[in-house]
Design a protein around this ligand. Structure first.
Ligand code: SAM
Length: 233
């Protein structure tokens, strides 16, 4: 990937361009493109779109996450936003979660290549991790982009956040907040902020829906995926 595209994405995100960030981003994107030729990880493959729709859209998060936070990226796919975020926020302790083995294999190979401290990839389902005492009520921050509609996403994600921590959902034009108010109450979350933005080459508004978790998750949540789908909260 051309340095110019990376530099533009950094500048538009108000991030400093450093040789280390350029090197790590180049390594990550070249590895992604190589693996993507054999294994379908992302439909976005040209440098211009990778710069805006993947890198810049991931980097928007950097200012909303506290120093040294433990962060889980739910449904990380090819590493967006979690792995891209770790490049510009090496202080974060990042866990990349995806249910699909080939995606987690790729994420692990990318993490090895970039030789990060405090970063790992887990193969699993968010709703199952949310029942595991090692991960339940655990992370300072959970983030998710393009995983599912907000009411169901809250049930997958909030159980993984510690009381007082944040869940940041990256949504499109419809932020789905009005359908989620009751769910937020059931899951002990509170809407903290909604940040609206637009990427340069798209005409669609996007939003960060920032939720604060107030208390531990009630024991009946998260339910199994079949139940979440059949009987949404
Ligand atoms: N976040 C990435 C992005 O924005 O480019 C990937 C988005 S992709 C549309 C959704 C990803 O979420 C897929 O990789 C899928 O395997 C994963 N996923 C869906 N449901 C999940 C669940 N319950 N637990 C963990 N991963 C899940």
């Amino acid at each position: 990937m051309q340095d110019r595209m990376i530099e533009e994405a950094l500048a538009r995100s108000d991030l400093e361009v450093s040789q280390e960030v350029l090197r790590l981003t180049r390594l990550f994107i070249e590895h992604l493109k190589n693996v993507n030729e054999k294994t379908n990880l992302t439909a976005i493959t040209d440098d211009e779109s990778i710069g805006t729709r993947h890198l810049q859209d991931s980097w928007i998060l950097y200012r909303y996450i506290p120093e040294q936070a433990s962060v889980i990226d739910i449904g990380s796919g090819a590493g967006f936003p979690g792995l891209a975020l770790k490049i510009v926020r090496p202080d974060l302790d990042i866990t990349l979660l995806d249910s699909v083995k080939k995606k987690v294999d790729f994420l692990r190979s990318a993490l090895n290549l970039l030789a990060f401290d405090r970063a790992c990839a887990i193969q699993g389902r968010a709703e199952e991790l949310g029942r595991d005492p090692a991960y339940r009520d655990h992370f300072d921050v959970a983030v998710a982009r393009a995983v599912t509609a907000l009411p169901a996403l809250l049930e997958l994600s909030l159980p993984l956040v510690r009381p007082g921590g944040l869940f940041i959902a990256m949504k499109g034009q419809d932020d789905e907040i009005s359908e989620s108010e009751r769910v937020l109450g059931l899951l002990k979350g509170k809407l903290k902020d909604v940040v609206r933005y637009q990427l340069p080459d798209t005409d669609q508004p996007r939003s960060l829906v920032i939720i604060q978790k107030l208390e531990r998750t009630p024991s009946r949540y998260p339910r199994r995926m079949a139940v979440i789908k059949k009987n949404p909260l």
